[in-house]
Design a protein around this ligand. Structure first.
Ligand code: UD1
Ligand code: UDP
Length: 383
């Protein structure tokens, strides 16, 4: 019997994309209807391989583009030309990209030039401000223009896409695949030397890496954290630093030598998810952590002026404070001191799904006719 097997290529290149796409790789591989091909751009190197190793995903192709202190020009041009080669050679029926990175944008653009359909995972997030986050808002809006099928994590994200005129039948609300990942990573009684160091105190987890926070905003963030550590000596701050050299230099300048602050290398995802599960409070400018923390009942101080994840703010789990030192300090101090305020935030409902996003995406791909009129390379495989 002849059966058409559809070739689905998943492309990602940074740590957060990998955390959210690896569970999808595994889910799609369950279905014999798909030929799954994984291409990593290598926009990140060490931080990407940490995740691939954790989830035991072996890519079929690695463009290996990362350079120390790479610019947006470097990333976008390398992804565009590198992906042109891979796409022409592999002729996938559909390419899945994730979110808003330059890897996702460059790949979607290459697909557009080659008339290859794109599916967008984590679609529809918006701040409607192209400068924040920069360049991610531009990236995701552009990907939406190109994508044929959109997997929105929440009804609000889907609404954004409908407002922009995307056909309702192309938009699926699935939840966020990061919640699927959490289900496989968090476990009871997780052991780690840094958790032992923090065991006699209150764990406060910090991450910070956003491009628009470069310079002054990072100084404010680190100053606020240092003040918190000094005023609340029982707090144990753990900061797994992003590998960006300019952020690391600032972090060392502000936070070295404080006895209750631990600066460390990026944690692998298994460690990090379990650190979150053990933390009392999280301070971050990350996107993904804003989704994961509410699922673990952890309040988050969001170190950004705007967020594309307003659901978590409305639910009461996320406190959008910006990067002003006083605002960060004040909000954290209240959460550390007022149990009633803390409990309310910790009990907020998680708006990002129940951990079935990958299954829902696979079902949509199995049932949808997204490749009906695409003029795609036909692969007839004998069963
Ligand atoms: C990128 C994404 C951002 C995402 C973030 C996740 C873009 C434009 N930005 O930003 O949306 O939130 O990833 O972390 O796509 N580095 C290493 N090893 C690594 C990773 C990074 O050394 O494994 C260093 C390199 O010097 C690199 C720098 O970090 O040049 C910055 O990496 P880059 O991907 O350009 O930017 P991110 O800030 O990580
Ligand atoms: N994370 C990790 N190790 C760390 C810090 C974060 O594995 O040391 C995970 C975190 O759980 C989340 C993702 O990395 O899933 C967030 O990545 P990042 O903040 O770099 O990017 P963003 O989500 O802002 O795009």
């Amino acid at each position: 019997m002849l059966k058409r097997k559809r070739k689905i290529m998943l492309v990602f290149g940074t740590r957060p994309e990998a955390i959210k796409m690896c569970p999808l790789v595994k889910e799609l591989k369950i279905h014999p209807e798909f030929h799954v091909y994984v291409c990593v751009t290598g926009q990140h190197k060490e931080m990407l391989w940490q995740v691939l190793n954790c989830f035991q995903v072996v890519p079929d192709e690695n463009l290996d583009i990362m350079q120390r202190s790479q610019t947006l020009f470097d990333i976008t041009t390398s992804v565009l030309t590198g992906m042109a080669r891979v796409l022409q050679r592999e002729a996938p029926d559909l390419v899945l990209v994730h979110g808003d990175t330059s890897t996702a944008y460059g790949t979607a653009l290459a697909c557009f030039y080659l008339h290859i359909p794109v599916g967008h995972v984590e679609a529809g997030l918006r701040t409607d401000d192209l400068e924040a986050p920069f360049p991610e808002e531009f990236n995701r809006e552009s990907i939406s223009l190109i994508a044929r099928i959109h997997f929105a994590p929440t009804p609000a994200a889907a609404k954004n896409l409908l407002r922009e005129g995307h056909p309702p039948e192309s938009v699926f609300v699935t939840g966020n695949t990061s919640i699927d990942a959490l289900k496989t990573t968090v476990c009871k009684d997780y052991q780690h030397p840094i958790l032992d160091w923090a065991a006699d105190g209150r764990l406060l987890l910090l991450t910070a890496h956003r491009r628009e926070n470069s310079g002054m905003p990072f100084r404010h963030i680190f100053a606020a954290v240092r003040r918190l550590a000094r005023d609340f000596p029982e707090v144990r701050v753990v900061y797994p630093m992003h590998m960006n050299p300019s952020i690391r230099a600032l972090a060392h300048e502000w936070l070295d030598g404080e006895p209750n602050i631990c600066l460390t290398e990026p944690l692998d995802v298994l460690d990090f998810h379990n650190f979150m599960a053990r933390a009392e409070l999280i301070l971050t400018d990350s996107g993904g952590i804003q989704e994961e923390a509410p699922a673990l009942g952890k309040p988050v101080i969001v170190l950004r002026k705007v967020t594309e994840r307003p659901e978590g703010v409305s639910a009461g789990a996320l406190f959008l404070v910006g990067t002003d030192e006083k605002c960060i300090y004040r909000t954290a101090a209240v959460l550390l001191s007022d149990r009633k305020v803390y409990r309310k935030a910790a009990c907020a409902v998680n708006p990002y799904g129940s951990g079935t996003a990958c299954r829902q995406i696979a079902q949509a791909l199995l049932q949808g006719n997204w490749d009906a009129d695409a003029g795609l390379a036909e692969r007839i495989e004998e069963e």
